[in-house]
Write a protein that binds this ligand. Structure first.
Ligand SMILES: NC(=O)c1ccc[n+]([C@@H]2O[C@H](COP(=O)([O-])OP(=O)(O)OC[C@H]3O[C@@H](n4cnc5c(N)ncnc54)[C@H](OP(=O)(O)O)[C@@H]3O)[C@@H](O)[C@H]2O)c1
Length: 617
């Protein structure tokens, strides 16, 4: 594993982060290992620590007061230190720290981490950003000199969840004249044997993408061009002739490609997210500095979770600090490093950049459509759904049925605190922000959270899941679940030869559990409205989450539908059904109760054929 060996200089976190002594305030010349920057490195190292975390979590549940819980824990730590010094004296041990570590797991960190940033006086930063905004405004005026704006964009990540919505909205936006999408070839493997059965070219992938997005008119299709590339390669892996041609055409670059896997190792996340971002920034800088360049700005798609587990203060839009409580995974960490690189390019090289930071992106706000995405929040919802189906199964022997029922009950336990607030934002709102940013030169130099102000608590999500899917999910205390229940369940499942479920549960618990523990970050919002002109009323998260559950159940079959052509057909039928339903009901489908919605569904949709009743479509 990379972390256990010497890191290649390029990957060294010390390029971005420094370790500072809490005692002297000096920067410590000690190596920084990637794993030291994650939450999991700093917990569960001692039985007393586990117990203390468990108690904190219980106290949070009982009081709902994070500050009181932290105060109480500090008091306990002080008591532990006092007891350790008494015991150390009694046994003649001079090193009290050794005693407190061994007996009570009390290890006071003597350092903290912070991002390395060159010192630039605030006024100087403001002057530089004002210059960049001014330049962007002039370029933007040139792009709309004689008539409507002519936006010509290069997009990375167009085949992904967010990228598809960007293509869809761009197709319907008259100001976007042309979109060049960078796509890598794709190997298609046999689902069973994993053998490569076909390699799809970027052009083929692009054409299929347009079909699946229901973009069928010649005007819509002619806007898009698909070029071969790979963001991890210099110049994005584009052919020199393509770059030359683009230099005189492009007004914007949207860098959206990334690896959004919460369980990727550090090196993989780094290459996709940091190296990929650096290549995109260099590419944009080349465009910006080319002679007669029409280039307006680079849009960097980041995440509001670059703030990691910064839980005390609101995560601000105008700054990034190393989180007191570290990062949940290497995805967040490397996205934060990429954000630091983006800031550097802006301030040191004068690249005109807008940083856009979505929270957890979920399906479209009206119908829940997500074009086959199964990541992040979809993963637990789909697992619960499949577990529920197993629970209700009436086939097989009595033994099989009771085994299935036991497995399902296990799968429906999720580590989380009822009060944990999760920041989910529908993809259409995120992309409305991205498309708006293309036309807002005043947003250059700014970081914008594309997040919600109506966060959903775990307990509300659990309630919606029960109402919509009939699944009773039990929220387990996270520390106990992580350290005792989950390892026990995994052992049992393996003994029952249920490796797949064991793996799914582990992934779910260890990878997604971090997002439903107490003390989640609160992301400041406001720039989305002030700078991008989005509506002040952000989508209703509860409604959107309801629609996610309904969509994943009926359209996506809880992730069991793999055929993306069929997915596209179903989503169209679903969209039209929801549109008509809303017209009839005079209110959003997401505001309808589970019972009313199911009633309407029965009347309007043949679920077996997935067709509208009475229309044959
Ligand atoms: N989904 C979320 O909840 C969420 C939340 C906050 C921020 N974001 C950010 O939004 C952006 C898009 O996320 P997403 O959910 O759409 O991710 P996604 O569905 O996993 O899509 C990732 C995209 O990046 C492309 N890509 C990855 N590595 C590449 C490479 N080396 N060369 C070329 N293309 C490459 C993928 O292409 P292939 O099809 O070839 O694999 C795909 O198009 C990311 O920057 C992510 O950090 C997402």
């Amino acid at each position: 594993m990379i972390e256990e060996t010497v890191l290649h200089e390029e990957l060294d976190p010390a390029r971005y982060i420094e370790r500072v002594s809490l005692v002297s305030g000096e920067v410590l010349d000690e190596p920084i290992l990637p794993r030291q920057l994650l939450v999991r490195y700093h917990r569960d190292y001692h039985v007393v620590d586990i117990h203390a975390r468990h108690m904190m979590s219980r106290m949070m549940r009982a009081t709902g007061d994070p500050e009181a819980t932290r105060r109480k824990m500090k008091e306990r730590r002080r008591q532990g230190h006092r007891a350790a010094s008494v015991i150390a004296r009694a046994i003649g041990q001079k090193d009290v720290t050794k005693v407190s570590k061994a007996l009570f797991g009390l290890k006071d960190r003597e350092y903290f981490f912070r991002y390395k940033k060159p010192y630039i006086a605030r006024e100087e930063v403001q002057d530089r950003l004002a210059e960049l905004k001014q330049e962007a405004t002039e370029k933007w005026q040139a792009a709309r000199a004689d008539g409507p704006p002519r936006v010509r964009v290069l997009l990375t990540g167009g085949t992904g969840f967010v990228g598809k919505e960007i293509i869809w909205q761009a197709a319907h936006d008259d100001d976007v004249e042309e979109m060049i999408v960078v796509i890598r070839p794709k190997e298609v493997r046999d689902r069973k044997t994993r053998e490569v059965i076909e390699t799809r070219s970027p052009k083929q992938r692009g054409e299929v993408l347009l079909d699946r997005l229901w973009l069928d008119t010649p005007e819509q299709r002619s806007k898009f061009r698909f070029v071969a590339g790979d963001v991890e390669q210099p110049e994005l892996g584009l052919e020199p002739a393509v770059i030359e041609e683009l230099e005189s055409r492009l007004t914007h670059v949207i860098h959206c490609a990334a690896s959004v896997a919460f369980d990727d190792p550090y090196e993989k996340s780094f290459h996709a997210n940091v190296t990929g971002t650096l290549n995109a920034l260099r590419f944009s800088h080349r465009l910006q500095t080319a002679a007669e360049s029409p280039f307006v700005a680079h849009l960097s798609i980041e995440t509001s979770y670059i703030h990691g587990r910064q839980v005390r203060d609101t995560a601000r839009e105008d700054e990034i600090v190393f989180p007191r409580n570290f990062y949940n995974n290497y995805y967040e960490l490397t996205k934060a490093m990429a954000s630091i690189e983006t800031e550097r390019f802006m301030l040191a090289k004068g690249l005109r950049v807008i940083q856009l930071c979505p929270a957890i992106v979920i399906g479209e706000s009206r119908a829940g459509n997500n074009r086959g995405d199964t990541k992040v929040v979809n993963a637990p919802v789909n697992l619960f759904g499949r577990a529920q189906e197993a629970l209700g199964s009436t086939t097989g022997s009595w033994v099989d049925r009771s085994k299935g029922s036991m497995l399902a009950r296990m799968a429906c336990t999720f580590p989380g605190d009822p009060s944990a607030e999760i920041n989910m934002i529908p993809v259409d709102r995120v992309v409305a922000g991205i498309i708006a940013a293309l036309k807002k030169p005043a947003a250059v130099g700014e970081r914008v959270h594309l997040a919600t102000d109506n966060r959903l608590k775990s307990e509300q999500m659990i309630r919606v899941v029960e109402e919509e899917l009939g699944i009773k999910v039990k929220l387990a205390e996270p520390t106990l679940h992580r350290t005792v229940t989950l390892p026990g369940m995994t052992r049992l499942l393996k003994r029952m030869k249920q490796e797949k479920i064991a793996r799914a549960l582990n992934t779910l618990g260890t990878i997604f559990g971090g997002y439903s523990e107490w003390g989640q970050p609160v992301h400041e919002v406001g720039n989305d409205v002030r700078l991008l002109g989005l509506s002040e009323t952000r989508p209703n998260t509860q409604h959107a989450f309801r629609m996610l559950c309904r969509h994943n159940k009926y359209v996506q079959n809880f992730g069991k539908l793999w055929d993306l052509d069929e997915m596209s057909r179903r989503e169209k039928v679903w969209w039209e059904f929801i549109e008509d339903l809303e017209d009839l009901a005079g209110r959003p489908a997401g505001s309808m109760s589970a019972v009313d919605f199911r009633g309407a569904l029965k009347l309007g949709l043949d679920l077996a054929k997935f067709e509208r009743k009475g229309t044959g479509t």
